[in-house]
Design a protein around this ligand. Structure first.
Ligand SMILES: *Cc1c(COP(=O)(O)O)cnc(C)c1O
Ligand code: SF4
Length: 454
């Protein structure tokens, strides 16, 4: 059919295929009963945040005690060896542990986010630093990064309900590991006072990202006090509480009334003051969303609390069209707005999880149009060295051979170039060798920057 004919032929859409509605099919089974440790745990017990916290897996010993011989000794050896090169300590909630398919743990997309295996690890990129986004360098006071003119990132604490092995903030978040001694960002009144004092003093700041760590770990009264102190600052018009909690421990949203009520009071008070307080969360894979997630999120929605999602693009987790589409559709279905998908930051020991820029851009093109524009995530590169977030498509120059992309960021720092690097192991052997040579490395970077400036 030619174009003209297509325009004039009335068309009806074919009936929807069942697989196109898969995003609505949420798990409702008692999936945790497959885990030996939770075999006899009833739904009421399992769906309590106290149970979830108390039974979190924080060591290989505890993993073995929980899942026993669901996996081989070889798998445990891989985990132990993997941890020796990991920047993050282990912490996995029972909910997440139970969603992993232990029949095939090597391929499971949820396992990949929380447990590193030695056999998967790849050589780190030579340009990789512990604080690759330079959050410490842009911090006027400890735990507060002021990079963009009108908004700040406030790291209120340094613990989370789980520890993701790919965490960008591995410089601070979680316990020290064999590899990394962390910057201390505990809940601390003096530090909070300093940060809030700074926000007060900078009248141009209208927006605060309250993150960590994870605000799930704040006590209800801490959350409320912090929210109220921010609302009390005249020039603050909006802020977000950032938490991975809904993705890894939705039980808290149902069972921890004190916390949810505190959040609700802050949001309500904000609304009365014409200020916008929302929750930002972090789902990466559609399998993290079950009926209990829906119950938890519905509780927030019914209280008028808006929720947005920031996902991290990870190889073998969500870097295929079908999975990312399902994630976007499922989040949209639950009225969680898929705000951003981040290209994976350069983090120690997790190069196996990074994709090339090329692969991620192709994925973005493939999924755009899946749902309403306001629910289509922007794919973001957070540039190295503190250039800030850029639309991944907006590079000035990209050399697929050397794996160097160059961005500018006029608002953050005019006249500077900011780089992003494809994972080394995806480049040709020749180019990999060039990266290991400091002179060649600088030559490749200079060539890219020069090309970008033309
Ligand atoms: C991500 C980030 C923000 C918020 O940026 P948005 O694009 O508004 O989500 C603010 N400050 C820092 C340092 C950040 O990394
Ligand atoms: S929940 Fe967020 S801050 Fe905590 S370890 Fe995971 S990515 Fe890092």
């Amino acid at each position: 059919m030619d174009v003209i004919q297509a325009l004039h032929t009335p068309r009806t859409k074919p009936p929807v295929a069942f697989k196109d509605l898969a995003h609505r099919a949420l798990r409702r089974d008692e999936f945790w009963r497959r885990i030996p440790a939770f075999r006899n745990t009833d739904a009421r017990t399992f769906h309590s945040h106290v149970f979830q916290m108390r039974h979190s897996i924080t060591s290989v010993g505890k993993l073995r005690a929980a899942i026993g011989d669901l996996v081989s000794d070889g798998f445990y050896r891989e985990v132990v060896a993997g941890l020796q090169h990991a920047p993050m300590s282990v912490r996995i909630s029972p909910y997440i542990l139970s969603l992993i398919n232990w029949d095939d743990p090597y391929c499971d997309p949820i396992r990949k986010q929380f447990l590193s295996l030695r056999c998967e690890q790849k050589i780190d990129h030579p340009e990789l630093h512990l604080d690759s986004l330079n959050e410490l360098g842009d911090a006027p006071v400890a735990g507060l990064t002021h990079r963009y003119p009108d908004r700040v990132l406030f790291l209120v604490l340094d613990t989370c309900p789980v520890y993701c092995r790919f965490c960008t903030r591995s410089y601070a978040v979680g316990l020290d590991t064999e590899d990394v001694e962390k910057v201390n960002l505990r809940v601390n009144r003096a530090r909070w006072d300093d940060a809030i004092g700074y926000i007060q003093s900078r009248i141009e700041v209208e927006d605060v990202v309250v993150s960590g760590g994870d605000v799930y770990q704040l006590k209800a009264d801490q959350l409320e006090e912090l929210g109220n102190r921010l609302l009390d600052i005249d020039h603050i018009r909006r802020f977000r509480f950032a938490t991975k909690g809904p993705a890894v421990m939705p039980q808290k949203l149902i069972a921890d009334d004190a916390w949810v009520d505190a959040l609700t009071r802050v949001v309500d008070r904000g609304r009365a003051m014409h200020k916008d307080v929302v929750l930002h969360t972090h789902f990466n894979h559609p399998a993290e969303i079950t009926d209990i997630t829906q119950d938890g999120l519905n509780r927030l929605l019914s209280r008028g609390i808006a929720i947005r999602n920031q996902a991290v693009l990870q190889r073998g987790v969500n870097d295929d069209t079908e999975t990312m589409m399902l994630l976007v559709k499922r989040l949209s279905y639950l009225n969680v707005q898929p705000y951003y998908v981040f290209f994976h930051d350069l983090v120690r020991g997790v190069e196996d999880l990074r994709t090339t820029l090329d692969d991620g851009l192709a994925l973005e093109k493939a999924i755009r149009g899946t749902t309403s524009g306001f629910n289509m995530p922007t794919f973001i590169v957070d540039t190295l060295g503190g250039g800030g977030k850029r639309d991944a498509h907006s590079y000035e120059y990209y050399n697929r051979e050397t794996g160097i992309a160059v961005y500018i960021s006029p608002v953050v720092k005019p006249d500077a170039f900011f780089l992003y690097f494809d994972p080394l192991w995806r480049l040709s052997r020749d180019v990999q060798a060039r990266w290991q040579d400091e002179v060649e490395r600088n030559k490749m970077k200079a060539e890219a920057i020069e090309a970008a400036g033309r």
